[in-house]
Design a binder for this molecule. Structure first.
Ligand code: FAD
Ligand code: DHB
Length: 390
C-alpha cells in the first residue's frame, strides 16, 4: 500500500488531519487499533474553542455543529459557594461552543467515509520504520495479515498510549510530567443542566464541575481518589456530593436522575519534545496531556493539526518546507502556554492532600483577586477561549 501521509490513530486529531489534507487533494491512509463504533462512543471533551470551530468549518464538517452546538459567552468559578462569572464575550469578544467530542468524531467519520477514505481498523503491532529516510513506512497486522504502508510522512495521532512517541529514540526524546494526586469522576445524565453556563467549583470537599452536552443532557464531574472503585459511587452518593460542592445556591436548581455513563479519569500534565523526528510528526495526546480543568485537551490537539496541515500543504503545494522545519518549535511554544494555563487552573480549583492552611488561603486569595480584578479575569478568559495559533 502506498500513500502520501500515513496517519496512525483515528481520534479527532487523525481524522481532522485526514480531512484537511483530503480537501486539497493530499492522499492519506488512517489506521486505528480500535473500530469506528468504539472511537465514536468514547465520552470525553465537551467545550470547543473558536479556533477549533474554525478548523472544523475549514474541514467542511461544521453544519451540525452550527445547528446543535451551544454558544457560551461566559462561565462561572465558585469557591465554597461564592460565585464569580468570567464574561468571556465581553473580555475577549470571543465565545466557546458546547459540542461533544463524540459528535465531532461522528461528523468527521461521516465525511471521511462519504469521500471513500481508506481506513484500517483493529490493527495490531503498529511499527513506524525508517523515520529518518526518504522512504518511511508503517508496518502492522490487519485481519491476520502483515501490511506495510510506504509513505512520505507519518503522523503520530495515536494518543497518550500510542506507539509513535516511542518510535523516537530515547536519547532524542525528552519528557516532562506531573501526575496529580486525585482523579475526576464524570457522570452523564439526560436532565437539563443545573445552570445555563458551566460552573467550576472549589469546595473544601473537593472540586466539582457542572457542564452539559445540550439543553437536556448534563455532564458533571467531582474530584475523587483516582483509585476509587466506581461501584462505590452510587448515583445517590454522586448527586449528594455534587450538590454540596456546588453550594446551596446553584444546587437548588439541580435536577438529578439515573446516570448513563460514569467513569474515573486520572489528571496529568505531560509534554514530549521534540514533536518531529525525521519524517514522523507527533500531534495531540500522542505528544502532550493536560489536566482537564479548562477544557484544553481536545482544543490543543486540534490546534496542532491546524499547524501540521499547513506545513504539509505548503510542502506538497508550494515545495516549501519552512513550516515542516519549524513545526516542532512552533507547536511546542503554544503547547507549553496551554500546559501552564491548565496546570494553573487545576492548582487553583482542587483540594490537594498536601496543601497546608497557607496554600488554602492562597487559593482563596486568588479567587478573591479574580473576582475583583477585570485584568485577572481577562487573563483567564483569554486562555479559555483559546490562544492564537502562532
Ligand atoms: P485520542 O482521542 O486518544 O485518539 C488516539 C487514537 O489512536 C485512538 O482512536 C486510539 O485507539 C488510537 N491508537 C492508540 N494506539 C494506537 C496504535 N498503537 N495503533 C493504532 N492506533 C492507535 N479533553 C477535554 O478538553 N475535556 C475533557 O473533559 C476531557 N476528558 C477526557 C477524558 C478522558 C478519559 C481522556 C482519556 C481524555 C479526555 N480529554 C478531555 C482529552 C481529549 O479527549 C483528548 O485531548 C483528545 O481525545 C485528543 O485527541 P487525539 O486524537 O490526539 O487522541
Ligand atoms: C467538560 C470537560 C472539561 O474538562 C471542562 O473543563 C469543561 C467541560 C465536559 O466534559 O463537558
Amino acid at each position: 500500500v502506498k500513500t502520501q501521509v500515513c496517519i496512525i490513530g483515528a481520534g479527532p486529531s487523525g481524522l481532522l488531519l485526514s480531512q484537511l489534507l483530503a480537501n486539497v487533494g493530499i492522499d492519506t491512509v488512517v489506521l486505528d487499533r480500535k473500530d469506528r463504533a468504539y472511537i465514536e462512543g468514547r465520552i470525553r471533551a465537551g467545550v470547543l474553542e473558536q479556533g477549533t470551530v474554525t478548523a472544523l468549518e475549514e474541514a467542511g464538517v461544521a453544519d451540525r455543529l452550527h445547528r446543535e452546538g451551544l454558544p457560551h459567552e461566559g462561565f462561572e468559578i465558585s469557591f465554597d459557594g461564592d460565585r464569580h462569572r468570567i464574561d468571556i464575550k465581553a473580555l475577549t469578544d470571543k465565545t466557546v461552543t458546547v459540542y461533544g467530542q463524540t459528535e465531532v468524531t461522528k461528523d468527521l467519520f461521516d465525511k471521511r467515509f462519504a469521500e471513500g477514505q481508506q481506513f484500517f481498523f483493529n490493527v495490531e503491532n503498529v511499527t513506524p520504520i525508517d523515520l529518518k529516510s526518504a522512504t518511511p513506512r508503517v508496518a502492522f497486522t490487519h485481519d491476520g495479515e502483515h501490511v506495510v504502508i510506504a509513505c512520505d510522512y507519518i503522523s503520530g495521532c495515536d494518543g497518550f498510549h500510542g506507539v509513535s512517541r516511542q518510535a523516537i529514540p530515547a536519547d532524542v526524546l525528552k519528557t516532562f510530567e506531573r501526575v496529580y494526586p486525585f482523579g475526576w469522576l464524570g457522570a452523564m445524565v439526560d436532565k437539563p443542566p443545573v445552570s445555563h453556563e458551566l460552573i467550576y467549583a472549589n469546595h473544601e470537599r473537593g472540586f466539582a464541575l457542572a457542564s452539559m452536552r445540550s439543553e437536556t443532557r448534563s455532564r458533571y464531574y467531582v474530584q475523587c481518589d483516582v483509585n476509587d472503585d466506581i461501584g462505590a459511587w452510587s448515583d445517590d452518593r454522586f448527586w449528594e456530593e455534587l450538590a454540596l460542592r456546588l453550594g446551596p445556591d446553584a444546587a437548588s436548581n439541580l435536577t438529578t436522575g439515573p446516570s448513563f455513563e460514569k467513569s474515573i479519569a486520572p489528571l496529568r500534565s505531560f509534554v514530549a519534545e521534540p514533536m518531529r523526528y525525521g519524517n514522523l510528526f507527533l500531534a495531540g495526546d500522542a505528544a502532550h496531556i493536560v489536566p482537564p480543568t479548562g477544557a484544553k485537551g481536545l482544543n490543543l490537539a486540534m490546534a496542532d493539526i491546524r499547524i501540521l496541515s499547513r506545513a504539509l500543504i505548503e510542502h506538497y503545494k508550494d515545495r516549501n518546507d519552512h513550516f515542516i522545519e519549524t513545526y516542532s518549535q512552533t507547536v511546542l511554544t503554544r503547547v507549553w502556554k496551554v500546559e501552564r494555563f491548565s496546570w494553573q487552573l487545576s492548582t487553583l480549583m482542587h483540594q490537594f492532600p498536601q496543601n497546608s492552611p497557607f496554600e488554602k488561603r492562597m487559593q482563596r486569595a486568588e479567587f478573591d483577586f479574580l473576582s475583583s480584578s477585570e485584568s485577572a479575569s481577562r487573563a483567564i478568559a483569554e486562555n479559555y477561549v483559546g490562544l492564537p495559533l502562532d
